[in-house]
Design a binder for this molecule. Sequence first.
Ligand code: SF4
Length: 347
Amino acid sequence: MNTQEMYERMKARLEKVVPDVELRIKAELAAQIVDLKKEKNAVILGHNYMEPALFYSIPDFTGDSLDLSRKAAQTDRDVIIFCGVRFMAETAKILNPSKTVLLPSEKAGCSLAASITAADVRALKARFPGVPVVSYVNTYADVKAESDICCTSSNAAAVVESLHADTVIFLPDEYLARNVARETGKHIVFPSLTPHPSPTGGGAQLDYQLIGWHGRCEVHEKFTLADIEAVRAQFPDVVILSHPECSPEVVAASDFSGSTNAMIRYVQQTKAPHFLVLTECAMGDNIAAANPEKDMLRLCMVRCPHMNTITLEDTLNALKLNRYVIEIPEDIRRRARSAVERMIAIG
Ligand code: SF4
């Protein structure tokens, strides 16, 4: 594809979102990536949190982590370039191990995934023997390998209920766990891992049904009830959407809470004078670009520092230099695959 064609395509979508001078520079990079992608028989997967110029130029498929996992599992291309963060690229490798999976930046981690280790999960299982473990898909492969099933923000409650268990360990996002507890009517506790006879350390019998962990998404934890009140005071007819990784107070004060895809659908299908999406900044921009007729208020407080490391420049280098290759030990990959496939079966 030549640069001018790419520029015209990007301009049609991004004219009001990205300055023209930036569009021209990025169109040149994007055109080179599209050519090299064909030459290397690669597929590019772009997460909803990618910056608009990348999101609307090079990916073959865009979506949330569950959508992209499915695309990764189905592809017959030789190389999968994952424009997202490490745990997502790992999930692609878990599901399609014969392919070369590349993550354009070594620094694309995640505060949630980093909040828990496989040793932590083993310690929890030792402390609560026989209790099934649900891990959010935002975890690394070795944590998934210790889990019975994974979940996404869109199917977390359905996954918990599918286990038909009195008690479930739900890791690692504290706020998602609290929101799931509220939705499913379960009482939640957050035990420490120091050896105590009960989650409170006092030996008392507790009526707990969900056992959580204190992981947080460093982006979604920033939104507060005061932010919502300030916006509603100024725009009383605003419709506010929040991600379930936000605090339960923020979710309760919102008009709708759902996964990134669910929020995109909600904006597309709903009429309102104004919308405010409490999520990662780039996704707010991507929704605004796709819905130019809707009035999207911006409360862009923080760009995910991990997603932000994925650029067009790094994606081009990933293709040129075949980097950074995702590898997972086979024993871990097989056990993680079982937890991921059980999640995908629930949908
Ligand atoms: S937005 Fe939050 S959950 Fe997603 S990658 Fe960034 S830190 Fe992790």
